[in-house]
Design a protein around this ligand. Sequence first.
Ligand code: HT7
Ligand code: ZN
Length: 864
Amino acid sequence: PAVKKRADYRQPDFLIDHVDLEFTLIETTTKVICISKVTRNGSHNKPLILDGEGIQLSSVCINGTEAADYQQTDTSLTIDIDTDTFELRIESIINPKDNSSLEGLYLQAGAYCTQCEAEGFRKITYFLDRPDVLATYDVKIIADKVNFPFLLSNGNKVDSGDLSDGKHWIKWSDPFKKPCYLFALVAGDFDLLEDKFVTQSGRTIALELFVDKGMLGRGQHALDSLKKAMKWDETEFGLEYDLDIYMIVAVDFFNMGAMENKGLNVFNSKFVLADAQTATDEDYFNIEAVIAHEYFHNWTGNRVTCRDWFQLSLKEGLTVFRDQQFSADMSSPIVNRIQNVKVIRERQFAEDASAMSHPIRPDEVIEMNNFYTVTVYDKGSEVIRMLFTLLSKTGFLAGIKLYFKRFDGQAVTCDDFVQAMEDANDKDLSQFRRWYSQSGTPQIVVTDTYDAISKIYRIAFEQKHIATFEQKEKQNLVIPIQFSLLNDKLESLNLGDTDQQQLTLELNETQQCLEFYNVESKPIPSLLHGFSAPVKVDYPYTQQQLGNVMLGSPDEFARWDAGQQLFSNCIHNLAGKTELQQTTSIAETIAMFEPIIESKDISLALKAEILTLPSFETLFQQLDTVNIDALNQSRKQLFKALAQTFQANWLSHYSAFEKQPYAYQSQQVEQRKMQNLALKYLTLSAQPDVEQLLTQQFNNADNMTDSLGVLGAAQLGDLDLFERLMLAFEQKWHADPLVLDKWFALHANTDRSDILARISILMGHSRFTINNPNRVRALIGTFCFFNVAGFHNIDGTGYKFVADYLIKLNEVNPQIAARIITPLIQWQKVDKTRQQLMQLQLMRIGDTKGLSKDLFEKISKSLP
Ligand code: HT7
Ligand code: ZN
């Protein structure tokens, strides 16, 4: 497969500024007529080359006359033409029923649906499938009226009618120019939830939410979230919605979370449907966040879009940043920040350390779908966050304002964005731009000295960059480091002229040193407040100093982070990595958390976060080479010790709150979080009454958070009880696929010796199908990503099992196969035996006949 390079970008040879589409929806032979108004871009005599895949071409007409002068390949249609402006009419046939890739137009569960980002439009019709070709669209959809009463597309409904053969038609018109990746069509029979939103300028927007029949009662939270997002974008960014209608359709078969098609978002039903019985607090949170994310794309992505796919972070990094700010405003800012940072440390750092490392603006791509990554999205958002920090909120908003003023209605680059920030703030961002082109996780080495006689404290920050797989040479970046200094009474020192307790250092050289005068005793630095940059910090803390930062830092994030480092050091010591820190016994480490668990001043949510051990994935990323079994065992050992030491506290935390009828509301969410964490610890500590507590909570639960809380805890204890509860759960929820996914996932990450036999049985479950990405992610994805003992079994059976499955999935849905292969390509830090076993399976997959571009790219990059 061909490698595409960012440096090879050329303007399109032709432009299309208006498209008329007509679809006659028939299961295996859908007719698509696409009439494009084409103009030559510049003066040249090149042919028009259109993209197209899996399309049966019926005819090509130019200005009303059938053309003969064209050539077809598997992926293109080349038309020789010397006219500069013309109407191109292409008629073709596609097969939505047999399209299991869920890209282009597909028919699943009785509904037609499209997914065009990144390059799916070319599976619908021959077209200039690139984001810098912007057109207005008129779309006519014709289908059977009984089975497909709703025929939806972008923009406003302009006409409709009935036909004599039981069919009907509807015409849509979208006045906003858009790239074809934002095109959408949905046809089916749904329940419809309607609402309204009045914008800041007084326009009334119709809100329509389409869900599967019978699911109306689960749509309200999504609609409420949409209204909150619309309001928030007006208040915070001054951005108002532009069309008169905003539609959201929830479907069960979907490759990702959701898609921001203009005026017609399509959502994975997992990110729409919620009620207390079937959705957890986390589901409620995610729905609010994803609904907001897609809504925010209307400006950051749709009104201003990407010039080419290498610029993906232009819209995704910025939109993730916006949705994170929104979520922080809707609930607890600190818990949100901690969750964002966990994604970076568990998954983005892993990507940086793997053969798939790339900058947030990649330079080379084989399959674009492989670049919807945590680097482009989440590190992209961290880069925007650093701009926000460096420019201040006011400066950042001034930059955003200029960005829209300059580029509304255009397809632009990341450089254009930074230029707007630079111009609006009169600040040189040339060095900052390197964040867009440089991959890898910077390391900040911090050293300090204190002179008791002169009372001078010096602290030096050094940035270090290690080579990544695709990029050996590195340059210094601009890294905002927020920090404070604590004295031994845990008070924050004044660091400026006024009573400023926090400083932001703009580290742009290899090393920078700061001096502080009249410092009475050697302070402890509290570093990287709020995770002010996506970096690793290395400072030789003692456990005692970390304990002090955890108790005394003025920054809540730094407090949590110090606690995580305390736990991490202890686990790494147990696992034999003593060079990391000086040894401290388990008991000493745990004792440092006593003031936290007993504190009445800390919010419950932060307390629960501090008392949660770092995940295996986070611990894994802290090391250069990992002894998987030792790390896994040591983490479990500390987990158990923490459970036993604080058994009485866990019991009192578990029983501290009055039961109230379920509401998704901050105080309740925090209480449930703490109770369910306590329940886990109680199970691990083998508290005498725990079986009774688990059964009681399971039987009395009026909400999914509490039911799952029991199963998540029971999984850590006596597996017989776990099995009984799982059986009861399945009997209750067997008809509800979204709930059953939680059950599949729980099975998949259970630590048991017969796990592969278990998963094989579950693959035969009547509700499991390889065609549905949610099912595959729940069962196979969870096993690969989270079942450490099963996946990394030293006999290699876990790797082989996954490889066998991916070989099958490659045929059905290459995009999902390429996502799930991620843990298998991340072999770099594990022992030699496992490395060889993983590589062997990668080679087996690589030898598959008909290997997709998606898997080819990841395998070829990751094999040595
Ligand atoms: N912009 C979307 C990215 C996307 C996608 C969504 C659904 C299915 C396949 C997809 N490929 C790319 C999602 C977003 O970031 O909002
Ligand atoms: Zn997005």
